[in-house]
Every structure is written in structure tokens, then in C-alpha cells.
Design a protein around this ligand. Structure first.
Ligand SMILES: *Cc1c(COP(=O)(O)O)cnc(C)c1O
Length: 351
């Protein structure tokens, strides 16, 4: 009997989710976001995404190194480079580099090998990106350098997961004005792909939707969960009214009930802040968490359901229990839960 937590990565769900991207953005090239070890799904288990990408994107150079071991596809380095060493590494790995800060311009302009760059404009999120003036400066500097090829112009939405947020229109218009009908532009992340069709431009950058989680609370757009996190029941107890469970004795039974103890906790990446309204799926039925999440265990109030030691509990990644729901009950977002599954969990490839 396998008594540890397992994350099963569904290959067919990954392919399906990619088809949802194609449905919403049929004309666009796709930058497949595989930063943070493919949003926690493990690079070596997301082969359908790697194989079908036009280009793959990671945040920093170590991630690009790991990715280059398993694919020959172009890699986009979202943070760009910050030193000559990093620039050389990026060139050796055949990466495209984002230029998002004026401090990167001179570094890039002194290259001795050809390089594809992506210019990132700050249209209001104020995190990464060139101002309109810096962008113009960059264009004039780089256009006279035969080694530099400007592959794409991009910007990032701050509020795309709130369709009606006024920032979306402001950023879209700023981008349109600054980039002035140029070819090869990119703004849309998952939320924008699904809800802001005018922002698709030529290149889209889906992340979370590829992994089957929706950026919106009220609509999952037929996306299929790619990661199923499960763990076995390791103990079953009958409690009487008034008996409590777990650290702090914060939960107690209102009436006689059964508690199933599941072998997963915050040491595996299950959120410690999950409240007692958080569902857990056992033998196809939803039950609620009872008491605090421990490092290695959680308790679930299963009432009078019949279960056995070794039965599988699904923590998330089922049509009946999406990771978005667990995130909602834990005061966080699906991104954090998916990227936070720890090294103690066994990762396997599934249908
Ligand atoms: C991570 C990232 C994305 C993808 O965002 P999702 O919300 O996961 O779709 C797109 N663009 C950039 C620049 C990113 O860093």
C-alpha cells in the first residue's frame, strides 16, 4: 500500500487545456509559460506542453538551464539578463531575452553574437517594463545593431482577472499607443485570453489555464485540472460529541462522527490556512476538513461514510474538487497551491 502523497499529472488534460487556448486565440503564437517548474507540475511531466509550444518561457537562467536539458525549443527568459555572465549563459542556452529595464540596454548592445530580444513596456503595472521614452531609446539603439533582432513587444496586465477593471482598458490603450501598429505584440496572460479578446494581438502567454485552473472564481471555461493531488487515509476514528481534533483543539464534534486522518499536510504543500469549510474528496464524496492542518496530516469529518485505511483522498485536481476551490477556502490563489507542492510528494505522469 502506498502511504504517501502523490501528484498525478494528466497528459490529456494538458493537451485539452492547450486546445482551449487555441480556441480563444486561434491566430496567435503561443508562449507556453513553464516558469516555477511548470507551475509546480514538473518540467519532465508536461511533455505535451513542451512539444506543442511555439516558444517556452521561464523566469530566470537556472530554470532555462533545466529546461534546455529536455527540449530544443526556443526559450524566453522573462527577467532578461543582468550581467555579462548571464548574457553569455543565455546565449549559450539559445534563449530569447526580455529587456525590461534601461540598465539592460548597454549590456545587450555590446553583444558579439546574434540575440533575439523581447522589449517589455510598463503600461501601468509598475513592476517590470520600459517607459515609453526608454522604449523609443531602445528601438533606436537596437535598430542600428545587426546582431539584435527585436522579436516581440510585450506588456503585462495588472488586473486581467477582473474583466471590468478600468486598468485593463488603460493599459491596453497605452500599449496600443506606444507600440503604434507594430507587428509581433503580446499582452494576454490566461485571464486576458479568456476575457479580453481585443488584447490577443499576435502572441499570447498562457500560464495557469494550461494547468487547468481558471483565473476567475465563477467560470472554469471547461479547463481540466492537470494536477491531481491525493493521499491515503492512514487512520480512522469514531468521535463522540465534544471530542476535539488536532493542534489547538480548535475543532470539536457536535455529535458522534467519524474522522479520517489523511497523510498530507503543510509539509507537502497543503495550505496550513485551509479553513474547516475546505472540502476533501473521498470515494467520490465531498467532506470537510476538521481542525488545523498539521505538517504531515489533516483530519476530515466523514460523518457516517464507509471508508477504509488506504483509501485515496483527493485534495484537489478533480472536476468535483478544483484547486481554485481549495485556494478560495485557504485565502490564497491556485497559482500558490500548484507551485507549492513540496519535494516530499511523489510526482507521476497520468493519462
Ligand atoms: C507568468 C506570466 C504569464 C502567465 O500568466 P497566467 O496568469 O498564469 O496566465 C504571462 N506573462 C508573463 C510576463 C508572466 O510572467
Amino acid at each position: 500500500m502506498n502511504m504517501r502523497a502523490i501528484a498525478t499529472i494528466s497528459q490529456s488534460a494538458l493537451l485539452h487545456n492547450l486546445s482551449v487556448v487555441k480556441k480563444y486565440a486561434p491566430q496567435a503564437k503561443v508562449v507556453t509559460m513553464v516558469k516555477a517548474n511548470a507551475y509546480g507540475h514538473h518540467l519532465n511531466l508536461v511533455t505535451p506542453l513542451l512539444e506543442n509550444a511555439d516558444i517556452l518561457a521561464v523566469s530566470e537562467i537556472q530554470e532555462a538551464q533545466a529546461l534546455r536539458q529536455i527540449t530544443n525549443k526556443p526559450i524566453l527568459l522573462l527577467s532578461g539578463v543582468h550581467s555579462r555572465e548571464e548574457l553569455q549563459q543565455a546565449l549559450d542556452l539559445n534563449c530569447h531575452c526580455v529587456v525590461h529595464h534601461s540598465s539592460q540596454i548597454t549590456l545587450i548592445n555590446n553583444i558579439t553574437q546574434a540575440l533575439n530580444i523581447w522589449l517589455k513596456i510598463d503600461t501601468g503595472m509598475h513592476r517590470l517594463g520600459l517607459s515609453s521614452e526608454e522604449y523609443q531609446q531602445c528601438l533606436s539603439d537596437f535598430n542600428t545593431n545587426p546582431l539584435i533582432h527585436i522579436e516581440c513587444i510585450l506588456s503585462h496586465f495588472a488586473c486581467a482577472d477582473e474583466c471590468n477593471h478600468p486598468m485593463n482598458q488603460t493599459q491596453f490603450e497605452a500599449f496600443n499607443t506606444i507600440t503604434d501598429n507594430k507587428d509581433n505584440r503580446s499582452m494576454a496572460n490566461s485571464a486576458a485570453i479568456l476575457s479580453l479578446p481585443e488584447s490577443l494581438f499576435d502572441v499570447v502567454r498562457p500560464g495557469i489555464m494550461l494547468y487547468g485552473a481558471s483565473p476567475f472564481n465563477d467560470n472554469h471555461f471547461t479547463l481540466k485540472p492537470a494536477m491531481q493531488l491525493s493521499a491515503p487515509i492512514v487512520s480512522i476514528k469514531t468521535l463522540q460529541a465534544g471530542d476535539c481534533v488536532g493542534y489547538g483543539a480548535s475543532w470539536s464534534a457536535n455529535q458522534q462522527t467519524t474522522i479520517a486522518i489523511i497523510a498530507i499536510g503543510y509539509g507537502d504543500g497543503y495550505p496550513r490556512h485551509a479553513t474547516n469549510t475546505t472540502p476533501v474528496l473521498i470515494n467520490d464524496a465531498l467532506h470537510l476538513l476538521a481542525g488545523r492542518v498539521s505538517m504531515d496530516m489533516i483530519a476530515v469529518d466523514i460523518g457516517d461514510a464507509k471508508v477504509a485505511i488506504g483509501d485515496k483522498a483527493i485534495l484537489w485536481g478533480d472536476e468535483k474538487l478544483r484547486v481554485e476551490t481549495v485556494a478560495h477556502h485557504s485565502g490564497t490563489i491556485a497559482y500558490e497551491l500548484l507551485t507549492g507542492v513540496s519535494a516530499r510528494v511523489g510526482f507521476v505522469s497520468g493519462k
